[in-house]
Each structure stands twice: as structure tokens, then as C-alpha cells.
Design a protein around this ligand. Structure first.
Ligand SMILES: NC(=O)c1ccc[n+]([C@@H]2O[C@H](COP(=O)([O-])OP(=O)(O)OC[C@H]3O[C@@H](n4cnc5c(N)ncnc54)[C@H](OP(=O)(O)O)[C@@H]3O)[C@@H](O)[C@H]2O)c1
Length: 378
């Protein structure tokens, strides 16, 4: 029987690669709904190609010219409605930003499995998501390549794991000096050496905030704070797991997001013919370097946040998202991104204590964005 799936963020880099996987495996999947934020032209075209009738747009004010025979759902409520009442078995959450939390919770409450690409959801609302999961039959399958790798490596041996080692490409500024980074423009930061991704995550890779978010994501997914990061420019090793006896397990393959996406959609089954196969002869000169916390302070900050947890990840994530957009808008410099995130956290630390309910964390998200914008204008 075909698995009935819905894709949130279908017009993005992950979303379109997911549809590429579906196209190769039409016998395995039926796409029941697709969503985008505003890009209706692309969403209509994808919907026609895959015979999808139900579409969602997260921007509630978007004006859409005649939508033909599609059933349209609007705003976050519309996405939640689509997830809850479309009869899907699994959703892929591939939107950017924290909007992913609402459809994710809706899915978990309905016992629908979630393939999660949208790391921001777990970083900011990890406690809420994990609590919801503990009362549900839903599975959460990570799609982020490093977390998909670890998910596969730890399966059946969670008690044997000593340490998780996330690999990081190092991004476009791996070899740049701080002085050079201070002058970096959005077009420099958007040139990622190995991955072709959406703008927000590409800037996060340049600051290494992407890895910072992934450290927190790994904590929620695998329940350990024993997490290291190594720089691995070729992105062939997707991550390591170190076992109690010192053995190091590695997940290896050419960088191709279709592989973790396919696994997220098909788990526990493994699909054939997803991406290019990797052979040991392809593994020439794999290099691993220590990360530089001075040039990439986001990593140092991530470890401080990991120590404290609570509301800190939500503040780090929201302040970062806002700062990335300000950098892309030309309002702040590249090094200001993480500087502002640090300042937001410091300021929020001086305010009254916060809890970790969804409502509190949404308030942390709002406050962190407001502070980030304010600090940027000082
Ligand atoms: N790309 C990768 O290789 C990769 C790898 C690992 C993890 N991820 C994670 O996957 C997620 C998606 O990344 P991406 O690179 O695919 O991003 P992307 O190319 O920018 O696509 C984002 C998708 O989300 C929609 N969207 C944009 N703003 C939104 C909003 N405010 N509310 C709801 N939906 C919105 C977009 O719709 P419109 O087209 O209408 O704007 C688009 O469908 C991110 O959380 C990222 O961290 C990505």
C-alpha cells in the first residue's frame, strides 16, 4: 500500500528534493497535500505534476489568482487543518523557521509520523515536542543529514553510545580571517562549498550557527550532552558515533540530501536508487579539523546554551533568525549576526525567569526577535 504523505515547505530546497524522491518511487508514496509560504506559481505547478488537490499557504494575507480546482488552506491554522484532516500517514516538515511547530504538534497529536527537516522547531520547542511524542504513537525521523546519520548509527545500540560527533563542512568562510569575515557580503556568505540549500540555512552555515542549532537538535533527538563537532570540508562523513569501548562508527556517502530525505519518508524501509552510491575508492584524503571558536563564536555559544537549556535555545534560535534576515537585508554586518544573538541572550538573562511551556517559549521567541531588531539599530 502507498504511504500517504504531506509536504510542508514543498517549494524549497528540501521540499523539491523530496518530490524528486517521490517521483522515482511513485509506487511507494501518494502526495496528499503540499504547502508553501507565498510561492503559489511553483506550488500550483508541483501540485499539477503530482496530482495533488489540497494546498496550503502559510502567509494568511497572500492573494492568489484563480486557484482552479485546488482546495486552498491559509495561514498557520490552515496548515494545522491540512495536517489534522487529510488522512496522511506521515508529514515532511521542510518549512524554514519556527512556524513548523504548529503542524508538527498537530501531527503528533493525531499519531501521524513526522519526518523533520526543520531543525528550528526542535531547537526552540524541543521539550514540548518530546512531551507530545511521549503520549503519542508518532515517530519523529530526523532529516537533517547529520541527525539522520546518527539516527541510523545508534539504532539498536543507544545504551552503548559514549559520544556523538557531528561533522560540519565549515561553510564558505572556513579559511577566512576575522577581518575578512567582517567585510563579508550576503553574496559571499551564500556561496556554500558543498550543499545547495535555502538562504537562511546557507547563512547559518557561514556563521556555523547551523552547527550550533544542530548541537541542540542532537540533544533532543538522542538525549545526550556528549556532543562534539569536527570540521570536515568534503561532507562525505555525515557524522560519527563513538561507542563505550572507543569504537568509532561513521556514516559515509556523497553529500546528497535526497538520501536522508528518502530515509525520512520511507523509514523503516530503505529505498533503492535514491542518490549516487559511494565506494571506498571514492574516499580519498578525508580531512578533519578542530573548530575555531574564536572565528565561529556561535559554536561556543551553543555549548553554553546546551549547558543551560530551558528557554535559552529558543532565544538563540529566534535572535539568530531575525539577525540572518537583517544581514540579508543589508542592515547589519556578517559578524553582527552572532554578536546580536549573544547580546539578546545576555539581556534576556537579566529579565524574570521563564518556563518551558509552548506559550512561554513562543513569548521567548517573540521577545528575542524584538530585542534583536532593537539591538541592531543601536
Ligand atoms: N536545504 C538543505 O539542504 C537542508 C538541510 C538540512 C536541514 N534543512 C532545514 O530544512 C528547512 C528548510 O530548508 P530549505 O533549505 O529547504 O529552505 P528553503 O529552500 O528556503 O525553503 C523553505 C520552504 O519553506 C517555505 N517558507 C518560507 N518562509 C516560511 C514561513 N514564514 N512560514 C512557512 N513556510 C515558509 C517556503 O515557501 P515559499 O517558497 O513560498 O517561500 C519553502 O517552501 C530548514 O529548517 C533548514 O534548516 C535544510
Amino acid at each position: 500500500m502507498k504511504r500517504r504523505i504531506g509536504i510542508l515547505g514543498a517549494t524549497g530546497s528540501i521540499g523539491t528534493q523530496a518530490l524528486d524522491v517521490v517521483e522515482r518511487h511513485r509506487d511507494k508514496f501518494e502526495v496528499v497535500f503540499l504547502t508553501a509560504h507565498r510561492n503559489y506559481e511553483k506550488l500550483f505547478s508541483l501540485a499539477r505534476k503530482f496530482g495533488v488537490k489540497r494546498l496550503g499557504f502559510s502567509d494568511p494575507s497572500l492573494e492568489i489568482p484563480s486557484s482552479g480546482d485546488f482546495e486552498i488552506f491559509r495561514g498557520v491554522e490552515g496548515l494545522v487543518e491540512l495536517v489534522s484532516n487529510s488522512g496522511v500517514d506521515r508529514i515532511l516538515v521542510a518549512t524554514t523557521g519556527t512556524v513548523g511547530i504548529f503542524p508538527t504538534i498537530a501531527a503528533i497529536r493525531r499519531g501521524i509520523d513526522v519526518a523533520l527537516a526543520n531543525k528550528e522547531t526542535l531547537v526552540s520547542f524541543g521539550k514540548v515536542v518530546m512531551e507530545e511524542l511521549s503520549n503519542s504513537k508518532s515517530m519523529l525521523i530526523p532529516v537533517d543529514s547529520e541527525h539522520s546519520a546518527i539516527f541510523q548509527l545508534v539504532e539498536g545500540r543507544r545504551d552503548e553510545v559514549k559520544r556523538i560527533i557531528l561533522t560540519a563542512s565549515g561553510g564558505p568562510f572556513r579559511t577566512w580571517t576575522l577581518q575578512e569575515m567582517a567585510r563579508a557580503r550576503p553574496e559571499d556568505a551564500l556561496k556554500h562549498p558543498t550543499w545547495n540549500m535555502g538562504k537562511k540555512i546557507t547563512i547559518d552555515s557561514a556563521t556555523m550557527m547551523n552547527k550550533a542549532l544542530e548541537i541542540i537538535e542532537a540533544y533532543w533527538l538522542f538525549g545526550t550532552k556528549s556532543i562534539d563537532v569536527v570540521i570536515h570540508p568534503k561532507s562525505i562523513v555525515h557524522s560519527f558515533v563513538q561507542l563505550k569501548d572507543g569504537v568509532l562508527l561513521a556514516h559515509i556517502g556523497f553529500p546528497d540530501m535526497r538520501i536522508p530525505i528518502a530515509y525520512g519518508l520511507s523509514y523503516p524501509e530503505r529505498l533503492e536508487d535514491v542518490g549516487k552510491e559511494t565506494h571506498p575508492y571514492d574516499l580519498t584524503a578525508l580531512e578533519f579539523e578542530k573548530p575555531d571558536f574564536e572565528r565561529f563564536p556561535a559554536l561556543r555559544l551553543a555549548y553554553e546554551v546546551l549547558e543551560k537549556m530551558g528557554w535559552y535555545p529558543a532565544a538563540m534560535n529566534a535572535a539568530n533568525e531575525e539577525s540572518v534576515y537583517m544581514f540579508l537585508e543589508g542592515k547589519i554586518g556578517f559578524l553582527d549576526i552572532v554578536r546580536i544573538v549573544e547580546e539578546v541572550i545576555r539581556k534576556m538573562d537579566e529579565e524574570s525567569p521563564r518556563d518551558e511551556t509552548l506559550r512561554d517559549l513562543l513569548e521567548v521567541d517573540r521577545r528575542a526577535r524584538e530585542l534583536a531588531r532593537r539591538i541592531a539599530t543601536l
